[in-house]
Design a protein around this ligand. Sequence first.
Ligand code: SF4
Ligand code: SF4
Ligand code: SF4
Length: 306
Amino acid sequence: MNIRRRDFFKVALASAAAVGPARAASNDAVQQAACLVDTALCIGCRKCEEACNRANALPGPDRPADHRTAFCGERRPTDRALTVVNQYPGTPSRDQRHRRETYAKVQCMHCLDPACVSACIVGALTKSEAGPVRYDARICLGCRYCMVACPFEIPAYQYREALAPRVVKCEFCANTSRGPTANPACAEACPVEALVFGQRGDLLRLARQRIADRPDRYLDIIYGEREGGGTCWLYLVGRSPSEIGLPELPGISPARLTEKLQHTVFRYGALPLAAYGALGALMWHSRRREQRADPTRPADTGGRAR
Ligand code: SF4
Ligand code: SF4
Ligand code: SF4
């Protein structure tokens, strides 16, 4: 059965929301490096994709920026494209009836409490104080738990690299010569300033101001302020986020979900596990007793033929 990562998290996160409240985001989150994506301004030129590939020394996008065929289906980031822009039919907002489509850029959201970091058993992914979620290929085991854990379906894997495949994702350009607190390549390349780089607290204020100034353009939500426990990439939207590829997530981080589930299993699952263990031991002793009583009976081989 092919269950999309996003569908799995919809169910799991709904269960977590019922289990208990989210952990409050750190006060330091206001100072973390962040980016505001204004989907009402984005024109789908894909200059950000090209700039991202250049900054990360990747080959150019499979389809150059002027190839509209790139919009034939919804794309996700890959090992050769850390960010992609998708097109959705329908006007971006009430005041933009002249436009027939909406564009939304996709990349790592640099979550405040990242599920990928929580899932990585060796610490190859880390959340830096400055905001970017970093990856260290020297530590990575290649287990790809991070890919399963991410509710935004972001980390990709270099399946084509036979010798030393890596997990690949946007690191907010912190891995490039720009460093973790500089304007990233994608934001710098955007010709219409649909991408604004800054501190998370400042960008939330800017987003609220834009919403207040243009209620005909924006819905009264900032996607990423709370979704998934909060993210450093924030989105201004003029239509429902789920219509433009942004998953519906409750305000709890998936990392807290797995923690809660583990605690629940240990608290309520320990007793059944102990019972199954005792039952297995009893069955083994019973078979041994029967075998001693009747030496012609084959010994217990653990189910394997001799
Ligand atoms: S979007 Fe996914 S890969 Fe990026 S920080 Fe969040 S959980 Fe990790
Ligand atoms: S922040 Fe850097 S790595 Fe991330 S999408 Fe933008 S250009 Fe690419
Ligand atoms: S460069 Fe700016 S306007 Fe062009 S697709 Fe990227 S975000 Fe949209």
